[in-house]
Each structure stands twice: as C-alpha cells, then as structure tokens.
Write a protein that binds this ligand. Structure first.
Ligand SMILES: [Zn+2]
Length: 445
C-alpha cells in the first residue's frame, strides 16, 4: 500500500456505520482507513482539518442529460461537470438521449467518450439506449461498458430516440436479461396519456391533467409484469406518482428485481405552487400535489424508493415558452439537488445519513459503482464538504449550468458545499475549480 498523503479530519464524518468524529486517510486517490478523530498524521501527509463542516462521500447522480455533442447549447460536459462538482457530486452517469448522436451504438458511445474525455471535472459514465431497431447493438454496448439501457414507453421528446411498445420492450428486456444487464425505464403508458385531456396554454392544472398518475401506475405495472416473466432486472426512472409505490413494494417483497428513483423536484416542489406560465417547472412525469409528495417521502423512509437523482434535463431559454403543452420538458437542478433535498429532509426529521443513502450509496449501487458512494477503506477518495446549517438564496446567475433557467430561483436552501474532492484532490474550493481531472467510467465486467 502506498503511503498516506492526505488526512481529512472532521467532527462529523458520514460513514456507512453512522456519523462520527474521524480522520480519513487517503493514499493514491483511495481511502485507506477511517481513523479516530485525533489520530496521528503520518509523516509526509497533509492534514486538512474541516472543523465542524460535514464530510460526506461525493454524491453519485445517475440521471443527467448532458446533451453533448449535438445539443451543447443546452448543456455540455464542461458546464455539467462543473455544476455537479459545485453541488457536491463527484460521479454522473449520462443519459443516452438529447445528445447527437444518442448513445445507441458502441460507435456512438465512443464518440461521446471522446467529447467528454477532456471536459470532465468529475467522473462520468454512460447509459446506453434501447430503441425499436437497435436490438443487435445492445450486447456490443454492454461489452463497451455502458451501465445499462434506457427505454421510453411514450414519446421521448426527440425524434431520434423513439419509444418501445410492449412487444418491443419484451424483446429488448429478454436480450438485456440474457447478458445480465439492467433496463431503466421512463414509465408513462402511452394509451393512458392519449386518453387524458390535452389542453395547450399556460395553466399548470391543465398540464398536470394531461399527465395523470394512472399513466405512471399502468406503465410500472406492465414493467413489473415483464420483469417477473423474464426474471430481468429493471429500474423505474423519476417516479412521481405515489400511487405506484404499493405495486413496487409488493413486487420487491415477491423478489422481482425492480428498483426505483425519485427526483428533487418531486420531493421539494408542489403543483399547488407552480405559477401559471412557469414552464421552468415542466417535466414529464409532472410535479404533483403536496399530498403526493408526502407519500413519496414515506416511500423513501420505508425503503421502497431506492435513490434520489436529479434528472437534470436543461434546454435553452427560448424552448421554455409559456405554453406547457409545447415547452421543453425538463428541470435543471444538477447543482442544487443536495441543498434542495437536505432542506426538505431536515424539515421532515431526516438526517444527512439518510441523504447520503439516497444520493450517494443508492445510486452507486444501482449502477454497480462499488468504488463510489461511501466513506470506507478501499473506496475512491471522493468527498463533498458541507456546511449543513448555512443557508443561501438561489440566484440563477450563480449557477454553473450552461443555461441559468431553474425552478428553484429565489428559494432559500440549507446546506452550502464548501469544497469537493475527487480521488484525494480538491477540485473545487469556494468557487475555484481545478483543471478537469475526471475519468470516464465503464461498468465493471
Ligand atoms: Zn431524464
């Protein structure tokens, strides 16, 4: 083992065994030991005493639309990974759509990796995409290291990424299960959506009625049935409808291999407070009522929901028109997920240990990132340092996202990220970034 180079000391270190005063030893970019607070600092090692600021594992966000190359004016690896670092995130997994090309062949994956390589301030992995016509590309993508495959059941919003019908879903899922892969699904049923009232304009209530809970519930039900039939592993993306939680809980109890994520906007914003015309709040599935949000928090508390990820899906300002029917659907929150969730979690009596379980350990486990997501000997020395009681008011101009459009503007949030560390190097201190030193990650064989 190489010699200890760095010791991070804090009165509050969040480890899988709980929060305690500790000194974390780092060598060669890896955590070598979690020691008592006043442990001797080995000769030649640098001590970084964080005082009472909390040392968290770097967060893992497995749901980010970077859109690079092709729609780089919406976001890009340079801006997305800086925003993520500023939000305490040290690993993202990029979604396969909204970039051109989409990540639907091994060659397209290589194109995206080349673009990301020199711009990544944090570690970046990739999901592949399952389309109606790329069955033959799934195995090569898996072998090239994607973490799993994303599919839509209803229109995705971009023409180059069409949805699967139930038969195509079954075929793709059988193929993916054949090599032990993971299918992650945007679960809204197209028939339920088609049956819902479609009203254009700026009223949020009309938009909400056009994306009913039943569409999510039916899609989740069908997905669970397919997973059960094929003994396949599936993951429900961005769950908004709390009515689907009992279905998922039952399936988990029965041994179906299903996991589920929700997002900061479903857990911290409510339909009741969305101003008419405010399409920075538009996403699919939609932000629902406060009562639905309470039930989602109960699903987090009882373990039905496995993780919280951003679904950061930005666009340029001009695509956020004041018509909910046609405005781009996606919420920008990469930099704000941790303080948004921490603010609401603490109000509801949860701890930073819970937040770490939902935003670091949970997503790392979903993607099989065994070197990420916890402060533990043997894992990467990735950290977020948080002043949990400090507050700030969200000023869009201070966000590192390419486009300063956000549903969180003007909100006062708890939790200021004071520094972010990647493999033992401080990559962000205050507002100063180092040169990019992120790595491209591939699924462990
Ligand atoms: Zn998404």
């Amino acid at each position: 083992m190489s010699d200890v180079e760095l010791v991070l000391r804090s009165t509050r270190v969040v480890t899988p065994e709980g929060t305690r005063a500790a000194s974390v030893a780092v060598a060669g970019g890896t955590i070598t030991a979690v020691l008592v607070h006043d442990a001797d600092v080995p000769a030649g090692a640098r001590l970084e005493d964080l005082g009472d600021d909390v040392l968290l594992p770097g967060l893992v966000d497995t749901h980010v639309h970077v859109n690079d190359p092709g729609r780089t004016e919406w976001e890009g690896f340079w801006t997305a990974t800086r925003a993520a670092a500023a939000g305490g995130i040290t690993t993202i997994v990029d979604m396969p759509l909204n970039s051109l090309p989409p990540t639907t062949t091994a060659e397209n994956l290589r194109t995206k990796q080349e673009v990301a390589r020199t711009k990544a301030h944090i570690d970046v992995g990739f999901w592949g995409g399952a389309l109606p016509d790329n069955l033959k590309d799934l195995r090569p993508l898996h072998d090239a290291g994607v973490f799993g495959f994303k599919a839509f059941l209803s229109p995705s919003g971009v023409d180059e990424f069409p949805e699967l019908d139930q038969e195509q879903l079954g075929r793709s899922l059988a193929e993916i299960a054949g090599f032990g892969g993971l299918l992650i699904v945007h679960a809204e049923d197209p028939h339920q959506l088609a049956a819902a009232p479609q009203q254009s304009g700026g009223r949020y209530a009309d938009f909400l009625a056009s994306r009913p809970k039943d569409a999510e519930n039916r899609a989740v039900e069908n997905l669970i049935a397919q997973a059960k039939r094929l003994h396949a592993r599936v993951h429900v993306l961005h769950l908004s409808s709390s009515d689907a939680l009992p279905l998922i809980a039952t399936a988990k109890r029965e041994g179906v291999r299903v996991t589920v994520e929700s997002c900061p906007h479903f857990l911290t914003l409510t339909a009741e407070e969305v101003p008419d015309g405010a399409t920075e709040f538009k996403c699919c599935p939609p932000i629902r009522e406060a009562s639905n949000q309470d039930a989602l928090w109960a699903g987090l508390a009882d373990g039905t929901i496995d993780c919280i990820v951003s679904d950061h899906s930005p666009s340029t300002k001009d695509l956020k028109t004041d018509d909910f029917a046609t405005a781009w659907g996606g919420i920008s929150s990469l930099q704000l997920g941790l303080p948004a969730i921490w603010t609401e979690a603490r109000r509801r009596g949860h701890t930073l240990e819970d937040v770490v379980r939902w935003m670091a350990a949970g997503p790392a486990e979903l993607a099989g990132l065994s070197q990420k997501g916890a402060i533990q000997a043997g894992r990467d020395a990735d950290f977020a340092v948080l002043a949990p009681d400090e507050t700030f008011t969200v000023d869009p101009a201070e966000l590192h996202h390419r486009n300063q459009v956000t549903a969180y503007a003007g909100r006062t949030l708890h939790g200021v990220v004071t520094s972010t560390w990647l493999r033992g190097e401080r990559i962000l201190a205050g507002s100063e970034f180092t040169e990019p030193r992120g790595r491209l990650l591939t699924r462990h064989p």
